[in-house]
Design a protein. Structure first.
Length: 317
């Protein structure tokens, strides 16, 4: 009897072992299939995500992982140096542009535009009611296009120019200087050169705080020139369609308001034909090329630090 019991137990054990082995093998196979499926799904997801990078919510960051460039959406962002930089220039009325400081804001195309190539606190509301402009000092204010208390000072923050008021004052070098330009009809002003003339409100107005050859016909003919630092600088911003603007370099051109706008706060050879299909953009190097084809193409190139870069065929932004 005892022998029969042992035989039965042994038989049951053999049967159980034979059933357990296939189940274990099936479980392992299922786990392996699951891992393989996960890898395939991940690869498909990565390819799908990579293919969508060239559309409306594209992201690009040459230096910081958090960088986003949705320039053609409502909340476009652009920042070659800082991840927090935002450039909504082509979106709503609160566009921001800052090649050097993350806190910089450029709402030039909105009601309260701001522009500052050197200081984060700078404000340029030139197209609003209380425009401000200061290429060198953050506290500088230029309300030239606003009320009667406009201020302009390329060198000193405390300078006041009430040019549009009854007792206008102008002094790029000394705070106590007064120019009641609206008094006499033949006013002349030259802080540095004896031959300097400022007939700004006439047909051939000239203005030069630093160089005698500087000309500012901004309020006269269609070829006005403006240069706070270099005599060869030209600013036709308010004249014809080929205006130029350069706070730092004489060869700089800013045709932003014309057909082939160019913008370069640091390098004279910089060009930004942002409004065109084959735009060039380079905040730091004159040879920089950004064939972003921002009008809707996806194979643009961008490189803020290397002077020259050959466009890559597989650059899908």
């Amino acid at each position: 009897m005892r022998l029969i019991m042992h035989s039965v137990v042994l038989l049951l054990a053999v049967i159980g072992l034979s059933m357990a082995l296939p189940a274990s093998k099936d479980s392992e196979d299922k786990e392996k299939l699951t891992e393989k499926e996960k890898e395939e799904i991940f690869e498909e997801f990565a390819e799908e995500d990579d293919g969508k990078r060239g559309f409306g919510m594209g992201a690009y960051d040459p230096l910081s992982a958090g960088f986003t460039d949705k320039r053609f959406g409502g909340k476009g962002a652009f920042d070659p140096l800082s991840a927090g930089f935002t450039d909504k220039r082509f979106g709503g009325s609160r566009g921001a542009f800052d090649p050097l400081s993350a806190g910089f804001t450029d709402k030039r195309f909105g009601g309260k535009g701001a522009f500052d190539p050197l200081s984060a606190g700078f404000t340029d509301k030139r197209f609003g009611g209380k425009g401000a402009f200061d290429p060198l000092s953050a506290g500088f204010t230029d309300k030239r296009f606003g009320g009667s208390r406009g201020a302009f000072d390329p060198l000193s923050a405390g300078f006041t120019d009430k040019r549009f008021g009854g007792k206008g004052a102008f002094d790029p070098l000394s705070a106590g200087f007064t120019d009641k330009r609206f008094g006499g009809s033949r006013g002349a002003f030259d802080p540095l050169s004896a031959g300097f003339t400022d007939k700004r409100f006439g047909g051939k107005g000239a203005f030069d705080p630093l160089s005698a050859g500087f000309t500012d016909k901004r309020f006269g003919g269609s070829r006005g020139a403006f240069d706070p630092l270099s005599a060869g600088f030209t600013d036709k911003r308010f004249g014809g369609s080929r205006g130029a603007f350069d706070p730092l370099s004489a060869g700089f051109t800013d045709k932003r308001f014309g057909g082939k706008g160019a913008f370069d706060p640091l390098s004279a050879g910089f060009t930004d034909k942002r409004s065109f299909v084959h735009g060039d953009f380079d905040p730091l190097s004159t040879g920089f090329v950004d064939g972003d084809k921002r009008a809707g193409f996806m194979n643009g190139v961008f490189h803020p630090l290397v002077a020259k870069r050959v466009p890559e065929k597989k650059d899908r932004r």
